[in-house]
Design a protein around this ligand. Sequence first.
Ligand SMILES: [Zn+2]
Length: 153
Amino acid sequence: MSIFSRFLPKRKPVEIKNNIPKEKENIKKTFGLYCHKHHNTKDDKLCPKCTALLATVMTKMNRCPYGITKPICDRCDRAVMCFGAKQAQEFMSIMNGTQKRMFLSHPMMAIKHKLASMGVDYAKFQQEKKISDKVKAKEEAAKKRAKERKEKK
Ligand SMILES: [Zn+2]
């Protein structure tokens, strides 16, 4: 072992979890709750409209450009591109309007979904911070250059 090895960053294998099956399960349950309440359906059955929307969501999820690293669909910026404006809105309103009920009937699943959506917020925050740091650094550099130019004159 060389004396420098301890200064090298330790490499951790990146573990990518596939959360899509869980997300699908959560979305199906949420649709079930919503449809039973608003469209008087029962058990595993959904009304034709909810069935169609759910089918669209499941298909689009399989084709998600982010792959298994995708954020959850009901918090994703691309949802409108994936589902179209109308279906995205219906999907969001079903998901958001039903999450409270999910806490009562499937608390663990709802909490995990909530955590996943917080993860999306955190990733977005980090991304925006990185961008604003870059902008700041550029501004600082520009100021410095301007100052140097002035001093030369
Ligand atoms: Zn329905």
